[in-house]
Design a protein around this ligand. Structure first.
Ligand code: SAM
Ligand code: DTB
Ligand code: SF4
Length: 336
């Protein structure tokens, strides 16, 4: 018997995606895939608009996890100096500068395996202070307990970033000090507290296309699609297992990266798909293809947590040349 034909609107969010369907999207001709993704993108968003976020590492290095890509893991000799949790004034000064530079959301990252109760009041103060400036707030602090998520929400937290990073099948090639289920549990606590989720992963860690499909399948079948979905291209860090492996075996093909962005847009049609780490090494043309394929958010400000980004002048010129504007300032109409 033939497979049943679906007559549902392809722009409507679905939670019943199968891995096979997602693998079949990867097999589409590139132009067909990008056309489908661009069509879905403009059903929910103005395709000339980009959401602009800026990161600050408020606690750098010395992390107790062994994520094989990360400059901040205490397991690897990457030359990064570990630092203490930043003070409130320094954070607020950086947030104000980010806002003046055009950032709409300020994301504070800490190289922690999990949030310790003793650090919660200081992080809560940072969130409340950044929110008071009129910025959206986001933090990424490792694993959370349910009651900690509630406390962060009470402090004014809008988004919590916690990435699945890759497929469940490839996960133990990336990190062994925590499980996939640990990640899913924290995401559940974040949703239960009423905080929006920021959840994505990394492409180009030596994973297969089947892994990329399986990773996107995980995101597409979460109880709620991520509100923000960062797609990072691995920034190879010397001294980390995955950074060294990629330097030996070569980086991911930009066309395959764009395909991954396009499929993220198709399977999570209402998420902000963020072109995240690795943008500094991407050509303007690859970035433009990502925006065509449905990416509608970037990090700005010259630096991610420990690695570089394009500077403000370079990004302003890119947006000008592409005729793109910060989110909320577009002129075209969404067609729904
Ligand atoms: N410690 C917290 C955690 O792991 O959830 C927060 C910080 S961590 C640096 C945030 C995310 O950045 C990781 O989940 C990973 O997806 C991404 N990331 C870290 N290092 C990267 C690299 N070298 N290249 C690309 N993405 C990276
Ligand atoms: C995400 O997915 N990418 C951002 C944010 N969430 C926290 C972090 C990227 C970090 C890249 C490596 C670095 O700068 O250390
Ligand atoms: Fe620690 Fe996060 Fe880096 Fe993993 S990705 S080593 S948890 S800072």
């Amino acid at each position: 018997m033939n497979a049943p034909v679906r007559f549902t609107d392809p722009a409507l969010p679905r939670h019943d995606w199968t891995r096979e369907e997602i693998e079949a999207l990867f097999d589409l001709p590139f132009t067909e895939l990008v056309f489908q993704a661009a069509s879905v993108h403009r059903r929910w968003f103005d395709p000339t608009e980009l959401q602009l976020s800026q990161l600050l590492s408020v606690k750098t290095g010395g992390c107790a996890e062994n994520c094989g890509y990360c400059s901040q893991s205490a397991f690897f000799k990457t030359g990064l100096k570990a630092e203490k949790l930043m003070g409130l004034d320094e954070v607020l000064t950086a947030a104000k500068a980010a806002q003046d530079g055009g950032a709409q959301r300020f994301c504070m990252g800490a190289a922690w395996r999990d949030l310790k109760d003793r650090d919660l009041p200081r992080v809560a103060e940072m969130i409340t202070g950044v929110k008071a400036l009129g910025l959206e707030t986001c933090v990424t602090l490792g694993m959370l307990k349910a009651e900690q998520a509630v406390a962060l929400k009470d402090a004014g937290l809008d988004y919590y970033n916690h990435n699945l990073d890759t497929s469940p099948e490839y996960y133990d090639k990336v990190v062994t000090t925590r499980t996939y289920d640990d990640r899913l549990d924290t995401l559940q606590h974040v949703r239960d507290a009423g905080i929006s989720t920021c959840c994505g992963g990394i492409v180009g860690m030596g994973e297969s296309r089947a892994d990329r499909a399986s990773f996107l399948h995980q995101l597409a079948t979460l109880p709620a699609h991520p509100d923000s979905l960062p797609v990072n291209a691995l920034v190879p860090i010397a001294g980390t297992p995955l950074g060294d492996q990629v330097k030996r075996d070569g980086e991911i093909d930009p066309i395959e990266f764009v395909r991954t962005v396009a499929i993220a847009r198709l399977v999570c049609p209402k998420s902000m798909v963020r072109l995240s780490a690795g943008r500094d090494d991407m050509s303007r043309e690859t970035q433009a293809l990502c925006f065509l394929a449905g990416a509608n958010s970037i990090f700005i400000g010259g630096k991610l947590l420990t690695t570089p980004l394009p500077g403000q002048d370079e990004d302003s010129l890119l947006l000008k040349d592409l005729g793109m504007v910060p989110m909320g300032m577009g002129v075209s109409q969404v067609s729904t």
